[in-house]
Design a protein around this ligand. Structure first.
Ligand SMILES: [Zn+2]
Length: 137
C-alpha cells in the first residue's frame, strides 16, 4: 500500500527521497498526528481545569468553589454554628457564634472563606473580588 502511495507521489518528491525514507516519514506522520491531537486536547483541558487559590479555597475558571484539601467541588453554602473565644476582664469566655461555610462532601467538614488578613469573607464579597480585574499594586 505504501509502495503504491510512493509511486503516485514520487513525481513530486525530490530524487533523494527513497521508498524507505518515504515509508519512514509516513509512519512518523501517522504517529505524530494523533500525538499532537491528544497533546492539544490535554493542553486545553489543563487550561480549563486550572485552579485559582483565593480565600483559602480553590476556584475554577467559572468561579466554582473547590475544597482546598481534596479538590472536590464544594456546595451548600450555609450557616453553621460554633464558638468564638473572647477575652472578658482577663478571662477567656466561650460565646456561641454563627458563620457561613461550604460543605465538603468528601472531607465532611465546613470550608470557610478567609481573606489574606484572616477575616471571614461572605460568598458575595468573595465572588465580587474574584470577578474584579486584578489590581497591580
Ligand atoms: Zn474536601
Amino acid at each position: 500500500m505504501i509502495d503504491q502511495l510512493y509511486r503516485s507521489v514520487s513525481g513530486y518528491l525530490p530524487d533523494s527521497v527513497t521508498p524507505t525514507m518515504f515509508a519512514g516519514s509516513l509512519v512518523a506522520l501517522v504517529l505524530l498526528v494523533p500525538g499532537a491531537l491528544v497533546g492539544s486536547l490535554w493542553w486545553r483541558r489543563r487550561q480549563r481545569n486550572r485552579f485559582t487559590y483565593r480565600f483559602e479555597i480553590f476556584w475554577d475558571k467559572k468561579l466554582r468553589p473547590f475544597c482546598p484539601t481534596c479538590r472536590s467541588p464544594l456546595s451548600n453554602w450555609s450557616q453553621h454554628s460554633g464558638w468564638k473565644f473572647e477575652s472578658q476582664e482577663g478571662r477567656t469566655v466561650r460565646q456561641p457564634a454563627t458563620y457561613h461555610a461550604f460543605d465538603c462532601p468528601l472531607c465532611v467538614k465546613p470550608v470557610r472563606l478567609v481573606d489574606s488578613d484572616g477575616y471571614e469573607v461572605s460568598l458575595e464579597e468573595a465572588l465580587a473580588q474574584l470577578q474584579a480585574p486584578v489590581r497591580e499594586d
